[in-house]
Design a protein around this ligand. Structure first.
Ligand code: ATP
Length: 394
């Protein structure tokens, strides 16, 4: 987030050039190399994924490269022909890698999207003013202020983001702007995270809840295509929450979970149950079950406030053989003996409110402790392509 035009005094850095913002994609600051630290996007998780060249294996044509499929079909037993094919295969692999890298470069590593919610009934009944206006990829906060002589004036603050969605935007449009573009990339051994951040009552849960279902719909559609079906790609779902510094499995009677680091410095959620899901209806049922088990409470700004951080993971695994439709992975993702190797993953995180003191009551205190804890979790969970759905209170 950059403050583009702070009229109240010192002017901050200029906002992103229009060219970089167009299409809603990237904060140039977050592209490319990022050093080790909170958002160390490159050092994460790769050991858990399949080998670099999995997409180049012969007879396993990529959906994304239709020409490759065609090329592999023409192989014959003739040795000269084989040599030629080897050369062709190498060229195709390199083209495939190039294509993959082009795709990756075209999708930013981080995208920050702000959604403005409409005034709620309470705010309307109190005749409060809407002080946020949206224009393209920027929003302006019109902050009412008082001079020392008590004259009222309005200070404008303009902020630029990768995309700004106004109060008329539907959840479907939010999905199209945020998660939809990364679904195909999940099939390129990618891990992605989408999380919502904002004050209590700003609409995090309202926005986040439909996203996993829409994503699952698209993932299932991909998985039903022969190229993935034949390679035994399957979709798995896990859902847990962090409440009061402790982890609970939302799909397993709130069983206590533990976060551990394995020998490869991979963070594992020990005891988390993952369930294989083959259609959207199953995903819906698991999400509803998890949401019902989530810790909620009441805050000054939201009667049904999420008092925990909920993390829903949709995992694509490549199976050699599946014996059970349910498994306890004991936190060892990628262990083939327990249901398949993790190929790609998308995590949806609905954070508890980020409210400051003025918005909170006593029962919010525990949530604030949780938030500090989550920062640590995020360093582990946020990986290759984190997508942020940001909120701004109306
Ligand atoms: N874009 C929107 N359009 C219509 N209603 C909305 C929108 N965003 C939020 N709301 C409504 O505002 C209320 C609060 O939203 P929500 O529970 O999603 O907030 P939250 O940010 O998750 O709060 P908390 O951190 O306390 O859990 C809900 O009644 C929700 O239906």
């Amino acid at each position: 987030m950059r403050n583009c035009n702070f009229n109240g005094g010192s002017r901050s850095e200029p906002c992103m050039p229009a060219g970089q913002r167009s299409g809603g994609f990237c904060s140039s600051d977050f592209r490319g190399d990022i050093g080790f630290g909170l958002l160390d996007l490159h050092a994460m998780d790769d050991t858990e994924l399949l080998s670099e060249h999995v997409m180049c294996e012969p007879f396993r044509p990529s959906l994304i490269m239709p020409d490759v499929n065609k090329a592999f079909q023409t192989q014959s037993s003739n040795s000269q022909q084989q040599r030629k094919e080897q050369v062709d295969a190498d060229a195709i692999c390199s083209a495939n890698e190039k294509e993959t890298s082009t795709r990756e470069n075209n999708v930013a590593k981080i995208k920050v999207v702000v959604r403005k919610r409409p005034l709620n009934k309470k705010e309307i009944s109190r005749k409060e003013d809407d002080i946020v206006t949206v224009k393209e990829n920027s929003l302006t906060v019109h902050e009412p202020k008082l001079k020392v002589d008590l004259t009222a004036y309005v200070e404008k603050h303009e902020f630029c983001f990768d995309a700004v969605l106004d109060e008329h935007v539907t959840n479907d449009e939010v999905y199209r702007e945020t998660v939809e573009p990364i679904i195909p990339i999940i099939f390129q051994r990618t891990k992605a995270t989408c999380f919502a951040y904002g004050q209590t009552g700003s609409g995090k849960t309202f926005t986040m809840q439909p996203l996993p279902l829409r994503a699952a719909q698209d993932l299932v559609r991909y998985l039903n295509q022969p190229v993935y079906h034949n390679q035994k790609f399957k979709l798995w779902l896990g859902f847990f929450e962090i409440y009061g510094g402790k982890l609970y499995d939302l799909l397993s009677e709130r069983k206590r979970l533990f976060m551990r680091e394995d020998g490869k410095q991979q963070v594992c959620i020990v005891g988390l149950q993952e369930f294989e899901v083959s259609d959207v209806q199953m995903v819906k049922e698991y999400i509803e079950k998890g949401n019902a088990a989530r810790s909620t409470g009441s805050t000054g700004a939201n009667e049904e406030s999420s008092r925990s951080h909920a993390i829903l993971q949709l995992v694509i695994k490549k199976h050699s053989k599946v014996k059970e439709s349910k498994m306890n992975n004991d936190g060892i993702h990628g262990d083939e003996s327990k249901g398949g190797k993790v190929f790609g993953k998308i995590s949806f995180i609905d954070l508890a409110g980020s409210e400051r003191g003025a918005d909170t009551t006593d029962n919010d205190r525990q949530t604030r402790q949780v938030r500090i804890f989550l920062l640590t979790v995020l360093t582990c969970i946020v990986s290759y392509t984190p997508w942020l759905v940001e909120f701004f209170p109306g």
